[in-house]
Design a protein around this ligand. Structure first.
Ligand code: XMP
Length: 514
């Protein structure tokens, strides 16, 4: 596709994906490549701009990640961030050394507003700093256009050669004007037009899929999750009923979820696709009978999923293409460098069958970040409640029930979870909390209801705030909301006489309660 491109060269910084996402938020397409990528390859891509990321090393030490000086002589604007800024200065004759004072956190920075990077920005603004080393002397030909009280060269630039070095992190939200600074870079310095928009992505993808598929047959495993839903609808718009979607209801979905997915994608839904719902609840419950260990449950569910999918695929016969919901973070994480990325099996499915008979894989979302997948979904007219779904694990409620999974326990956790979600939404907390659900503990205890003694299960409520799902804090839900949820669950869900709220952060806990 002929579109303008900015590339991010990754030096191992923790914010590499964030840099690319921020550039894309400015409507400029951006890809990430390892610092090991050959310069010839970069020249071939002919990017409008290059951004060097931060990284954990000291650029003056032997063996530290580096890049050929030629990069700065291509006439392509280069923006170095943190380590990238130090490396640029180091290579071009500036001085980088250990800073007398380590800067970390929100820091006041004074910038020269005549710089193209700082157009429209106040002279004094707050940025996010995180560095041990600092640029003690800018390279020849560079002008210092930003400093802090501890950092004499917070920004250095050579406007003529379009080279910019920023010690702080504009990609991090704590840098108050970070977004504007990156926008100034891509528009004022690189001269981008801003052609990366989700409506044109959708339009171009539909065209490209049509060309590729011709009149071939395409198969898609649809889970109802965001990625596979968006991929399926994109395909459906492109090739209509040449597409077959297999939706396996393993009986471990949230309350009414199977019907909701069917309502949207099934024969009475909005899309022209061959939707096959396989009601495989009993098979899964049978396989799970007597199994208590969470990993064993995961394996059984994953395996059985594949078996069901295989059986359906066999009925359909040979297909030309299989759709996978791979997204850009999967591509980046499975090997930087833009080499053809390892194809990951769909993470909600846990690996697709080896012998489904197909010629090629189609990954329509492999260039998109999650927020872009959601935007594409809205663009395609997928209902908001599907587009903004919280993450839901492939093994579903199978891992939110501690101990053995039975149909009775599934019903309990579905009902409790539905009440919890409803009340969180009623309290207007659903946008603030990143993931929340009910789980069923395996604990039964004595209670009293009416005049009767009960001996029933305890439900655990979980709610977390997280950005990356790698770490998380439990959410502070107002007591009255929790109280209402507790009351409703006890009154409305048979088999439950206690409700608990899980306060554990991750680590040491996990987000799931399995
Ligand atoms: P944990 O429990 O590991 O979860 O802290 C982190 C995030 O991953 C989700 N999760 C899964 N997602 N398939 C998925 O697609 C899975 O098997 C799976 N297990 C956990 C979990 O919901 C949370 O968002």
């Amino acid at each position: 596709m002929d579109r303008e491109l900015v590339i991010v060269i990754d030096f191992g910084g923790q914010y590499n994906q964030l840099v690319a996402r921020r550039v894309r938020e400015c409507n400029v397409y951006c890809e990430i490549y390892s610092y090991k990528t050959d310069i010839e390859k970069i020249k071939e891509m002919n990017p409008k701009g290059i951004i060097l990321t931060g990284g954990p090393n000291s650029c003056y030490e032997e063996g530290a990640p580096t890049y050929t000086k030629e990069l700065f002589e291509l006439g392509i604007p280069v923006l170095g961030l943190c380590y990238g800024a130090q490396l640029m200065q180091h290579i071009l004759g500036g001085k980088v050394e250990k800073a007398p004072v380590r800067e970390y956190g929100k820091t006041e920075v004074h910038v020269d507003t005549t710089s193209k990077l700082f157009t429209g920005i106040e002279e004094d603004t707050v940025c996010w700093m995180s560095h041990f080393d600092y640029i003690s002397q800018a390279a020849p030909g560079f002008k210092i256009t930003g400093h802090t009280s501890d950092c004499p060269v917070a920004v250095a630039e050579c406007e003529e050669k379009k080279l910019y070095a920023i010690q702080f992190h504009p990609e991090v939200l704590h840098t108050v004007r970070g977004k504007e600074i990156l926008s100034n870079y891509v528009y004022n310095v690189c001269g981008c037009a801003g052609d990366w928009k989700m409506d044109s992505f959708v339009e171009n993808s539909i065209k490209a899929i049509r060309e590729k598929v011709g009149d071939g047959k395409v198969l898609c495993a649809l889970s109802g999750g965001v990625d596979s839903s968006v991929a399926a609808v994109l395909l459906a718009k492109a090739i209509g009923n040449q597409l077959t979607c297999v939706f396996v209801d393993h009986g471990l979905l949230r309350k009414n979820e199977g019907d909701e997915v069917e309502a949207v994608f099934g024969p009475n839904g909005d899309y022209d696709l061959n939707f096959i719902r396989v009601n495989a609840q009993d098979r899964f419950y049978e396989k799970l009978a007597g199994v208590e260990e969470p990993e064993a449950k995961r394996k059984i569910i994953g395996e059985e999923f594949i078996r069901v999918f295989e059986e359906e695929a066999k009925k359909i016969g040979a297909v030309d293409y299989l759709v996978q919901g791979t997204i850009y973070p999967d591509v980046v994480e499975s090997g930087l460098g833009g080499e053809s990325a390892v194809i990951k099996s769909h993470h909600n499915v846990g690996g697709l069958p080896d012998y489904v008979d197909f010629k090629e894989i189609i990954e329509p979302l492999r260039d998109l970040f999650k927020d872009e997948v959601r935007k594409a979904g809205l663009e395609l007219g997928i209902p908001e409640y599907l587009v903004f779904r919280q993450p839901f694990p492939g093994p579903g409620l199978g891992i939110r029930i501690i101990g053995e999974v039975t149909a009775e326990k599934v019903k309990i956790v579905q009902d409790a979870d539905a009440i919890y979600r409803e009340e969180i939404a009623n309290a207007g907390l659903d946008k603030e909390i990143n993931q929340y659900f009910a789980a069923l503990t395996n604990m039964r205890s004595v209670g009293v209801m009416g005049d009767e003694r009960t001996y029933d299960y305890a439900v655990a409520l979980r709610a977390v705030k997280t950005i990356d799902f790698m770490t998380a804090e439990s959410a502070e839900i107002p007591y009255e909301v929790l109280n209402k949820v507790m009351n409703r669950i006890i009154n409305e869900v048979k088999g439950v006489n206690r409700v608990m709220y899980d306060l554990t952060s991750k680590p040491p806990g996990t987000i799931e309660f399995e």
